[in-house]
Design a protein around this ligand. Structure first.
Ligand code: ADP
Ligand code: MG
Length: 677
């Protein structure tokens, strides 16, 4: 019977060439696709408004009896206006107007009462409802509204869905009975029926519950299958375990969190299976030195290490740190970034191939086909939210399953992380290095900018440095002053006698590197910048960061930017300049002023932006959920994680007949990636 559901969408009544194209535009190709195209909201028709209460300019639901229909008005060859006249129980009048829609118009019967949902126009004396959806009073109370593309209406979709619903085979078991019993899940067909045409709010809740459960369960099964696949054995075990030469060479003591994380990694790399670990820690907690410690052990164990950074600046900065700390210990460190000359690149590449380089630090160019390794033992990805899953995979494919270490400065709540990164083990760095003073954050309107500038001057007098961040490189962007003009103005006026420079993303790597080095050396007092400094940049002497038009930045981004200061024992200040009055912006800026805790900020950011935006486009391998929401449905998520484990424990490859449907759905969710099984 399921075959029917796989039929092309055009086999449904009323779906011709034109509508098929529209459905395709929405990614809908089969009847089954359509069934999974859930409404994004519902109109509640239980309490229609009295016409006198219907607000002009807004969409609402009214109840009216059709008194008469008027003669169609031919406005032009392309526009015919059909109007009916209606009245409600309080004798309020309304015109029911359809543009070019003779079908809806003709469906109205004089003397009949209907619910109409649509936009109200006109004035208090003479109201119209424009192109309304017509609902017969005996129809469902909650009317589905779908996200549309021009040319399609929710009504069209509804009528096609109704047909598709008839194709579902009731007898088929979609989930094992023990699960449906245990969690009071209604049958699949009932759930699908009620997600589109809920009989009541309660039916809708139950339908959602069942469908969310299903979606999360399939996802968890998929993730766990991927995890199981980690059965590839490795011979790349650490041989050198003596960290002392490295530690003795450092000019600070590691925090106990740092030590714990290093130990987690070491024990991973002694096992038979490749390490796959995520290090989470707030900005400034010192993830780089942890990476360097592990790198040291690998190099001393005669294995190569590749470190990927998301930006040129960061790659260069890491290079300096690794070079400084590892070279004296007899380890050869080099850098591979996009801006190198071809000749230099190919030299480094051959060094990697013949083993003359132990540690390579780079940006994306590391993934290029030509780069091969002699004996790649470990891949470290820094600030991983910038990298796609695909890119990570590409690099690890090169090294014949090396160990993997991922570092993220966008911490997410631990329970969530465990579930999302089902395939990664997680270590957290909870503390900042001793002696750090939390950065103070203030929010000011632009009228107080001069005072902020004075503060910056006073800091420079004390030999400290400052960042000023602007949202746009060029004028046209975002309707704000460009970083170029802004810097010019500061140079000519208020900071005439200071060393002030500008850095932005359109400069070449060498230019950026030159400026960052000058800033690090203290030759620049104020660095005006775009978000190129957002990730990872480490200049401990910088104590002030002023962020212009702070409303343009997301919470996590602001937190990252703020993390550029407070990297030493000197008190630091973050100044958010914004005149934005929007409630949401105010809330965001207040959170920034109230807390320095990256976990808390990430949680808020997730809530505000939703998982899709927060994690970026498919970056984290999160599927596009149709109905589940990993933030709101955490309780169910936990349950589904456990049940997924149970199912796979009993049937590791989903070979049992009762799991056939599950298997198909899991494969579908993971884009038919057969590798997961
Ligand atoms: P992040 O975790 O944000 O990447 P970094 O690795 O850039 O942080 O470290 C921030 C700064 O703190 C660097 O200057 C680093 O050298 C320093 N640092 C790291 N660990 C310690 C420590 N245990 N004690 C003192 N300073 C440290
Ligand atoms: Mg970092």
């Amino acid at each position: 019977m399921d075959m029917l559901l796989d039929e092309p969408i055009s086999s449904l009544n009323g779906v011709g060439k034109k509508r098929t194209a529209l459905y395709n535009k929405l990614g809908l190709y089969t009847a089954n696709n359509l069934l999974y195209y859930f409404p994004n909201r519902y109109i509640n028709c239980c309490n229609p408004l009295n016409i006198s209460q219907a607000i002009i300019g807004e969409k609402c639901c009214i109840c009216a009896t059709v008194l008469k229909t008027k003669k169609p008005y031919v406005k032009s060859s392309k526009m015919i206006i059909y109007t009916a006249h209606g009245i409600d129980t309080d004798k309020n009048n309304i015109d029911i107007v359809f543009f070019n829609n003779i079908y809806s118009f003709k469906s109205l019967k004089i003397g009949q009462t209907y619910l109409f949902f649509g936009k109200i126009e006109g004035n208090i004396l003479s109201k119209q409802i424009i192109n309304p959806m017509i609902i017969r009073p005996n129809e469902a109370n909650l009317i589905p509204i779908y996200s549309l593309t021009s040319g399609l209406t929710s009504k069209m979709i509804s009528s096609n869905v109704k047909q598709a619903l008839k194709l579902i085979d009731n007898k088929q078991h979609y989930l094992p009975k023990n699960l449906t019993d245990k969690y009071c899940l209604i049958d699949f067909d009932l759930a699908i029926q009620n997600i589109h045409f809920p009989k009541s709010e309660q039916h809708l809740r139950k339908a959602k519950h069942r469908l969310i459960f299903e979606e999360l369960l399939y996802w968890q099964i998929g993730i766990q299958l991927i995890k199981q696949k980690k059965t590839i054995k490795t011979t790349k075990k650490l041989k050198c375990l003596d960290l002392n030469p490295f530690l003795n060479n450092l000019d600070f003591q590691l925090t106990s969190s740092q030590k714990n994380v290093i130990n987690d990694c070491i024990s991973d790399c002694l096992k038979d299976f490749p390490m796959n670990r995520l290090i989470q820690g707030d900005v400034g907690c010192g993830k780089t030195v942890v990476a360097a410690a592990i790198t040291f052990l690998f190099a001393k164990s005669k294995m190569q290490v590749a470190i990927m950074a998301p930006t040129d600046i960061l790659a260069r900065q890491h290079f300096k740190f690794f070079f400084k700390t590892l070279t004296p210990l007899g380890i050869k460190v080099n850098m591979l970034v996009g801006s190198l000359r071809l000749k230099e690149k190919s030299n480094i590449q051959s060094d990697l191939q013949n083993g003359a380089v132990d540690v390579i630090i780079g940006t994306h160019s590391l993934f290029q086909e030509k780069t091969n390794f002699k004996n790649l033992g470990l891949v470290i990805t820094d600030e991983q939210h910038r990298f796609g899953v695909e890119q990570r995979k590409k690099l690890t494919e090169k090294g014949n399953f090396p160990h993997k270490l991922v570092m993220s400065a966008t911490p997410i709540p631990r329970t969530l992380a465990l579930i999302i990164y089902g395939d990664l083990d997680i270590s957290n760095i909870y503390e900042l290095p001793a002696g750090r003073i939390p950065v103070q954050t203030v929010h000011i309107p632009s009228s107080k900018r001069t005072r902020a500038f004075s503060y910056i001057k006073s800091q420079i007098q004390k030999n400290h440095q400052a960042y000023i961040v602007c949202p746009a490189i060029e004028d046209s962007e975002k309707n704000v002053e460009s970083v170029v003009k802004y810097t010019q103005k500061l140079k000519q006026n208020i900071f005439k006698n200071y060393n002030i420079e500008m850095i932005h993303g359109k400069m070449t790597g060498t230019e950026k590197d030159f400026l960052m080095q000058k800033f690090l050396n203290g030759e620049i007092d104020i660095l005006v910048s775009t978000t190129v400094i957002e990730v990872g940049v480490d200049v401990p002497n910088a104590t002030t960061i002023m962020i212009e038009n702070a409303e343009f930045f997301g919470l996590s981004q602001l937190h990252q930017l703020r993390g550029r200061v407070g990297r030493s024992n000197i008190k630091s200040l973050c100044i958010l300049v914004s005149n934005a009055t929007k409630n949401e912006t105010q809330k965001r800026l207040k959170i920034m002023c109230d807390t320095n805790d990256g976990f808390e900020i990430a949680e808020e950011d997730l809530k505000i932006r939703g998982p899709g935006d927060f994690f970026g486009n498919k970056q984290h391998g999160l599927p596009n959920f149709k109905i589940a929401n990993i933030i709101e449905d955490t309780k169910l998520l936990k349950i589904c994680k456990e049940e997924a484990e149970n199912i796979l424990l009993a049937d590791p490859k989903l070979e049992l007949k009762e799991h056939e449907k599950i298997k198909n759905n899991v494969l579908q969710l993971f884009s038919n990636d057969n590798c997961i099984l």
